[in-house]
Design a protein around this ligand. Structure first.
Ligand code: PLP
Ligand code: MG
Ligand code: MG
Length: 614
C-alpha cells in the first residue's frame, strides 16, 4: 500500500491578504487547528508514514511543524517565487522513491478521500468531485473510460466538463518519473508549470483515472470567500461525516427529554481533558452562545447566557434576576406555569398567578383585563411556550403583542419548544427566553441557557441580587469580559452541545419540526386506531408531547406498561397533573416516524395483553 504523501506547500497565499500575516496558507486555523495539521493527522491515521513537504514561502513555519511530526520531511524550493507547483514537486525527486498521494496544502476534506485513493486498484488516480461553483475551480475533461483528457480553469478550453479537481491525487512512481521528464522539456522555456498541466501533458501516454465522487465534502481555501465557506459550511459537514465510531446501543426515548441523541453528539464528548479556563474552550462556549442566539434572534441585539444546570436553572435565573419591585404576571396552565409561580413565591416576588385551562387556549381578553385592572404595576409577564404537561401550545406571539401594547417584558419558558418550533424573539417581542441542552436541540443534559435582549438585560443590572450562582447579569458580564462561565461549566456537555447545534443548523429548525410533526401524525393515527384519546386538540397542540388518556381497564397499570416498553428499548413517561389520568409520549430527539410506528405496535401488544382490545 502507498505509504508516502507529498504536500505542495510553497505558495504565497496572496489572495488571503490580512487573514494570514506571517504564516503560510496551511496555517489557517479552523476549529483550533491549522488546516495543514488536520490534513497531516488524516494522512497518518490512514497509514501514511512519510510526508514530504515542498516548501517555499515562510518555509520555517513548516519546519517547526516537522519537529512535532517526525513523519514530515521539508524540502525547500528556493525559486518558489518564480516557479509553480510542478517545480516544487520536481525539486523533491531525490526524496521520492515510491508511489505517493499528492496533496495541496490549502485543502480541507473528508478523510474518506484517502481511503478511496489508497485502496484504488488503478495506479494513477485523480480525485474529483461534482462542480462546486466556488470560484477558481479546475475543471476536468475525461474520456468515456473516465481517463483524463484535459483540465483547465477556463471552461472554454474543454470540450466537456465532467468533474472538478479536488487536489488530492494518487501518483505511481513510474508516472512521477514521466512527469519529471515531461517537466524537464518544458522548464527550459517556462519554469511556471503547474502539476496539473504536467498531468495533462503526460495523459496521452499514461492512463490517469479520474475518480469522481458524488456528495464528497471538501474545499480549497484561496481567498476570503473560500475561507468563509470552509468555516461555516464545509468544515462542520466534514466533522459530522468523519465521526463514524462504533454505534452505541440506541434507545428510543419518548419521554420529554433528555431526548435520543445521535452517536455523533455522544462521541463529541470524548475529547482530550481540558481546563475550561483555557482560551480554546472559550471558543467552544463562544460558538455555542452565538449560535444558540442565532436560532431565534440576531446576536447583535440578543445574547445567550450559559449556565450549568437543567432548564429550571435558566428559568430561576431570569425570575430571580430581572424583576424589581413591580409585579410579574405568570400564566399557569400546566405544571411548568405552576413551577414559575413556585419560584416567584420562594424569592418573594410580587407575582400574580393567572390560571388558564390546561387543555384550551388562553383567553387574551381576560388576560388583558388583569393587566389593565390598575391596582398593580406589571413589569413582566411569564408564560410557557409548549406546556409539557399536556402538549398545549401557547400563542406566545399574541401574548407578545399584548405585552408590547402594555410595555411589559415577556419571559418565555421555551424549554420544551426551543429548536423545534420556530421562534423569532424580536417579532414575538420576547425579552427573555429559557431553554436547555437536552431536549429538541438534541444535546446532553447539563447546560441551561437564557437568551436575552441585551438592552433589557442591561436595564436589569441594578435589580438587587436575590441569589449568587444564578445571578443573570453577573454571569452575562463575566462571559462578555472573559469568555468563561463564572463557575465550572459542564465541559463535555458543551462539546456535545456544539455538535448538536451544528446538526440542528444542518437539518434546519423548520425541517426538524416537520420531522417531529410527521412522527406525531403517526402517533395520532395509531392511538386512535387502538381506541385511545388524548387531551389537547390538534389546533393548539405542539405536536411534540402528547398526554394520552389512560385506558379504562382494571388491568392497566402505568408502571407495568412502562416496564414492558422499557424492556423493548422504548421509554415513555407518566402524566404530570394529579387530576388527569394520562401518560405522556414525546416525539422529539433523533427519532423518526418509524420509531413511533414501532411504539404503536408495542402499545397494541400491551393493550391486547391486558384485554383492553382484541
Ligand atoms: N419548562 C418546561 C416547559 C419543561 O418541559 C421542563 C422540563 O421538561 C422544564 C421547564 C424543566 O426543565 P428541567 O427538568 O431541565 O429543569
Ligand atoms: Mg485554487
Ligand atoms: Mg489553492
Amino acid at each position: 500500500m502507498v505509504k508516502t504523501a507529498v504536500i505542495l506547500a510553497a505558495g504565497l497565499g496572496s489572495r488571503l491578504g490580512q487573514k494570514i500575516k506571517d504564516k503560510p496558507k496551511g496555517f489557517l486555523v479552523i476549529d483550533e487547528m491549522p488546516i495543514i495539521e488536520m490534513s497531516i493527522c488524516k494522512l497518518i491515521e490512514a497509514g501514511i508514514d512519510k510526508i514530504i513537504m515542498g516548501t517555499g514561502h515562510l518555509k520555517e513555519v513548516y519546519e517547526r511543524l516537522a519537529v512535532k511530526y517526525p513523519q514530515i520531511k521539508c524540502v525547500y524550493n528556493k525559486q518558489y517565487q518564480t516557479t509553480e507547483s510542478m517545480y516544487t514537486l520536481y525539486n523533491l525527486r531525490d526524496y521520492i522513491s515510491d508511489d505517493f498521494i499528492l496533496l495541496e496544502s490549502d485543502l480541507i476534506y473528508d478523510k474518506v478521500a484517502l481511503k478511496i485513493l489508497l485502496h484504488h486498484s488503478m495506479p494513477d488516480v485523480i480525485l474529483a468531485g461534482e462542480l462546486t461553483h466556488s470560484s477558481d475551480e479546475i475543471f476536468l475533461e475525461t474520456n468515456k473510460n473516465h481517463f483524463l483528457v484535459n483540465m483547465s480553469k477556463k471552461e472554454e478550453q474543454l470540450k466537456n466538463i465532467d468533474a472538478e479537481l479536488v487536489g488530492i491525487t494518487k501518483i505511481s512512481y513510474p508516472t512521477f518519473k514521466k512527469m519529471c521528464t515531461y517537466a524537464e522539456t518544458v522548464f527550459d522555456s517556462n519554469a511556471k508549470l503547474d502539476y496539473e498541466r504536467t498531468l495533462v501533458g503526460i495523459s496521452k501516454n499514461v492512463d490517469i483515472y479520474v475518480n469522481k465522487l458524488k456528495d464528497f465534502v471538501w474545499c480549497e481555501i484561496d481567498d476570503e470567500n473560500h475561507l468563509r465557506r470552509a468555516i461555516q459550511e464545509i468544515y462542520p459537514m466534514i466533522k459530522v461525516r468523519e465521526t463514524v465510531k462504533p454505534p452505541i446501543k440506541r434507545n428510543i426515548l419518548l419521554n420529554p427529554g433528555p431526548a435520543t441523541t445521535t452517536d455523533r453528539v455522544k462521541y463529541a464528548q470524548v475529547v482530550p481533558d481540558i481546563c475550561p479556563r483555557e482560551k480554546e474552550f472559550g471558543h467552544v462556549m463562544q460558538f455555542v452562545s452565538t449560535e444558540l442566539t442565532r436560532l431565534v434572534a440576531d446576536p447583535k441585539e440578543y445574547t445567550t447566557i450559559l449556565l450549568g444546570g437543567s432548564g429550571t436553572a435558566a428559568i430561576e435565573a431570569i425570575l430571580s434576576s430581572v424583576i424589581d419591585q413591580a409585579f410579574i404576571l405568570i400564566i399557569n396552565n400546566g405544571a411548568y406555569g405552576r413551577r414559575m409561580c413556585q419560584i416567584a413565591a420562594v424569592y418573594g416576588l410580587n407575582y400574580i398567578e393567572y390560571k388558564s385551562p390546561i387543555d384550551n387556549i388562553i383567553d387574551l381578553k381576560a388576560l388583558e383585563a388583569v393587566i389593565q385592572d390598575g391596582y398593580r404595576i406589571i413589569s413582566h409577564l411569564a408564560i410557557v411556550h409548549n406546556e409539557t404537561t399536556t402538549g398545549l401550545l401557547n400563542d406566545i406571539e399574541s401574548v407578545g403583542n399584548l405585552c408590547r401594547k402594555h410595555h411589559i417584558q415577556l419571559i418565555v419558558d421555551a424549554v420544551s419548544s426551543f429548536a423545534a418550533i420556530p421562534i423569532d424573539m424580536r417579532r414575538m417581542n420576547i425579552s427573555y427566553l429559557a431553554a436547555s441542552s437536552n431536549k429538541n436541540i438534541q444535546g446532553m443534559a447539563g447546560v441551561s441557557f437564557v437568551i436575552a435582549h441585551k438592552g433589557k438585560l442591561e436595564s436589569a443590572k441594578n435589580v438587587k441580587p436575590r441569589n449568587f450562582y444564578l445571578h443573570l447579569y453577573s454571569q452575562y458580564k463575566y462571559f462578555l469580559e472573559t469568555h468563561q462561565m463564572r463557575f465550572t461549566p459542564p465541559v463535555q456537555t458543551l462539546y456535545a452541545l456544539k455538535q448538536a447545534i451544528i446538526e440542528t443548523k444542518q437539518e434546519g429548525i423548520k425541517e426538524r419540526y416537520e420531522r417531529y410533526s410527521r412522527a406525531w401524525e403517526v402517533l395520532m393515527k395509531g392511538i386512535a386506531r387502538l381506541g385511545l384519546t388524548h387531551l389537547v386538540n390538534k389546533y393548539h397542540h405542539s405536536k411534540i408531547i402528547t398526554a394520552i388518556i389512560e385506558p379504562h381497564s382494571m388491568n392497566y397499570d402505568f408502571n407495568e406498561m412502562h416496564d414492558y416498553f422499557y424492556s423493548k428499548g422504548v421509554t415513555i413517561y407518566p402524566g404530570k397533573l394529579e387530576e388527569m389520568n394520562t401518560f405522556r409520549v414525546a416525539n422529539i430527539g433523533d427519532i423518526t416516524y418509524k420509531d413511533i410506528e414501532y411504539f404503536v405496535e408495542l402499545l397494541e401488544q400491551y393493550l391486547k395483553g391486558i384485554g383492553y382490545i382484541k
